[in-house]
Design a protein around this ligand. Structure first.
Ligand code: GN1
Ligand code: MG
Length: 363
């Protein structure tokens, strides 16, 4: 691996010698490495090298075109802030192909480990960071962006894929997932409500992040200030509710996304409130009343949608998400179903909190 990393870094013209490297086990899709280079004068610099998953991203060069434009826009909008800088090769490309592998390299930002941190300040700051991301991109023309994964948050199509996977039963696992399927099928209409409202023209398309897990924000190690939103692979036209709901799915969960003991999974309403406060503080005026009204429901939609995706992948033999063990996708699907069920029980309260925050910050 070391040799390969040296080769990739050389293509991006990184000076010095590779003095340290490690694989970072983050994310379910790409492979990520942290590399440190030391120059002759002793100066050290650390970078992130990533191998993009080309099974998931069929047009990786389009992903990088989007990233080029989005990071340029963000840097212009927020010049004083930490930003992501993707390095270029001699040919002026922000990627390299190495055989069938696709690589990119960007600046490493030291940050707090937030994956399991449910500190209220951190959660509020995460909300503010994703809210600010929306604001910063509000002037960005969505037609400039490639749809890196078509129908990414089209919950209706995600259900169609699940039904097809069940029919094909490639991995011969259909018999194991009957209960999960039954629950997901009865939840379908409710889960697809955002898609229905988009289709009927009641919700506007914006430029959204589309993968707003809390570990896609980096936080300052000392004061837990949000530094920068990362993982820009799925920045595409989308709904505000996609970003809000997907973030709540991760940030309000009292357990890990892949918790085996579903009894530990629940939606923490205090954390829900913290995130909502942060998210709406500087965005409430920009969103339509209808959009904000969908935020509670969007949490349920996004949680069910990812459960559908995990179960689909399980039925297909784990071709999409990285898995650490054979039942990993099934465990993930079960945990997400448990979370969606808890959200369902708490939906009135969630809607009330959203309405309160919106009223406060619209005034
Ligand atoms: C994937 O790679 P990562 O961990 O940021 C997935 C998201 C899912 C998430 C679930 C491109 O995100 O959509 O919500 O796993 N990204 C893609 O953990 O499919
Ligand atoms: Mg991602």
């Amino acid at each position: 691996m070391q040799e390969k990393l040296m080769e990739i870094c050389a293509a991006f013209r990184i000076p010095g010698r590779l003095s340290d490297w490690e694989e970072l086990k983050v994310g379910n899709i790409n492979k990520t490495y942290k590399v440190t280079f030391t120059r002759d004068n002793g100066f050290e610099k650390t970078y992130i090298v990533q191998q993009l998953n080309t099974y998931v991203f069929k047009n990786p060069e389009q992903v990088m075109e989007n990233i080029e434009q989005v990071t340029r826009h963000l840097r212009a909008q927020r010049p004083g802030q930490v930003n992501l800088h993707f390095h270029h090769t001699r040919e002026g490309k922000n990627f390299v192909w190495e055989g069938e592998h696709f690589w990119r390299l960007f600046n490493y930002v030291p940050s707090a480990d937030a994956a399991n941190d449910r500190d209220e300040t951190l959660v509020r700051n995460a909300g503010a960071a994703f809210g600010d991301f929306q604001n910063a991109l509000s002037g960005f023309d969505p037609s400039q962006l490639h749809e890196t994964i078509p129908d990414f948050h089209n919950t209706i199509k995600r259900y169609e894929a699940l039904e097809a996977a069940l029919q094909q039963n490639t991995a011969a696992r259909a018999d194991e997932v009957k209960q999960e399927l039954q629950w997901l099928m009865q939840a379908k209409d409710k889960a697809c409500v955002l898609c229905d409202l988009l289709e009927s023209g009641e919700l506007p398309l914006r430029v959204t992040h589309n993968d707003t897990k809390v570990n896609n924000v980096l936080f300052d190690q000392k004061d837990k200030r949000a530094l920068v939103v990362i993982d820009l692979d799925t920045v595409m036209p989308g709904l505000a509710g996609n970003d809000f709901g997907d973030a709540i799915r991760s940030v309000s969960n009292t357990a890990a996304e892949d918790e085996k003991d579903v009894g530990k999974v629940s939606c923490d309403l205090q954390l829900f409130r913290c995130f909502t406060e942060g998210f709406l503080e500087n965005t409430a005026k920009a969103f339509t009343v209808k959009e904000i009204e969908t935020f509670g429901a969007s949490c349920f939609s996004m949680t069910v949608e990812v459960a559908v995706r995990f179960l689909t992948d399980y039925l297909q033999g784990d071709t999409y998400f990285h898995c650490a063990y054979p039942e990993h996708n099934l465990v993930r699907a079960r945990a997400q179903i448990a979370l969606a069920q808890d959200m369902q029980r708490k939906m009135d309260e969630m809607n009330r909190i959203v309405a309160e925050c919106a009223a406060k910050y619209r005034a």
